[in-house]
Design a protein around this ligand. Structure first.
Ligand code: GDP
Length: 286
């Protein structure tokens, strides 16, 4: 009768596996392994399961528990006195995070390939909810690091743009959005650039990457007498004519946020420090 049904319902709710996936990308040294290890440690504190250590040479998939105090898109209006908060700590929200190696050579084969696979998955149980692109904000003053980071980010955004535009054209239903969080890590270092300048620097550098790519495509198309450069190949919906900004990505259905934080110095007490703001971004995708 009813008690059995209720039992079944609660049992199912508690036992249901996490089905929201996030992909962690970014250049080597940004702090991806440190972030993954921290989240895993925090989760194992919560669920008392052991965690493994890993190297940054292989792609790993971890299950993370969202802290009960972090709101999600579906419960953002609840108050601290809301009984559903207690419910949340008893039945925590989980998600999966895939970490990828960031080295130049492995990046193309693993990071981008992983993104392509996950972004095109039709399995509603394994939806990619968001991409976290981590950067070392103390290293971006180095021209080579900036160029390398912007090139990688450009390629990531182009994959998402192709997905977004491609699906929109073939059917009336627009594909679900995959937002991007640029996690401006290492804000604890006093040489770190603040998130605002990280945004500006990346936008200006992506603009350069985009211009040189467009020029390359134009030069190549001269031979075939084809002047039109496909929108699929240029990041943003302005044919590469204007100046690139992350705002431009919104017109092709991709929301980009730049948010500061520090894997080192994360503490449960201080709201707004450590990785809290990134967890809040993740919560808003759930
Ligand atoms: P990955 O290559 O992206 O996986 O980067 P790692 O996680 O291996 O981190 C690279 C280095 O940055 C390590 O020495 C970390 O301890 C350090 N690191 C990571 N996050 C922070 C941070 O928030 N602040 C500082 N100061 N160092 C960090």
């Amino acid at each position: 009768g009813v008690p059995i049904l209720l039992h079944y319902f609660f049992y199912r709710a508690a036992a249901s596996p996490p089905s929201s996936n996030f992909l962690l990308l970014g250049p080597s040294g940004a702090g991806k392994t440190a972030f993954t290890t921290l989240l895993e440690a925090k989760s194992s504190l919560a669920s008392k399961t052991s965690h493994n250590t890993h190297t940054s040479q292989v792609s790993t998939l971890i299950t993370v528990t969202l802290p009960a105090s972090v709101p999600t898109a579906s419960n953002r209006y609840r108050s601290v006195n809301d009984p559903s908060l207690k419910e949340a700590s008893r039945n925590p929200i989980k998600y999966r995070l895939r970490d990828t190696p960031g080295h130049g050579k492995l990046r193309a084969s693993q990071g981008i390939a992983e993104l392509q696979t996950m972004a095109s998955s039709n399995d509603s149980k394994n939806k990619l909810r968001g991409v976290i692109f981590m950067v070392d904000t103390a290293a971006l003053v180095d021209e080579a690091v900036l160029r390398d980071t912007a090139t990688y980010l450009h390629d990531v955004l182009l994959v998402l743009q192709k997905r977004s535009l491609g699906k929109g054209r073939s059917s009336t239903k627009r594909s679900t959005e995959i937002p991007v969080l640029i996690a401006a890590n290492k804000q604890d270092l006093f040489t770190a650039l603040p998130p605002g300048s990280v945004r500006e620097k990346l936008e200006a550098e992506i603009d350069r990457v985009r211009k040189s790519k467009t020029k390359g495509l134009m030069d190549a198309s001269m031979d075939t007498a084809e002047v039109d450069v496909g929108e699929d190949e240029v990041l943003g919906d302005d044919d590469g004519q204007g100046v690139f900004s992350f705002k431009l990505m919104e017109d092709v259905g991709i929301k980009v946020d730049v948010t500061g934080g520090a894997v080192k110095g994360d503490s449960q007490e201080e709201v707004g420090s450590g990785v809290r703001r990134w967890e809040e971004w993740i919560g808003m995708c759930l």
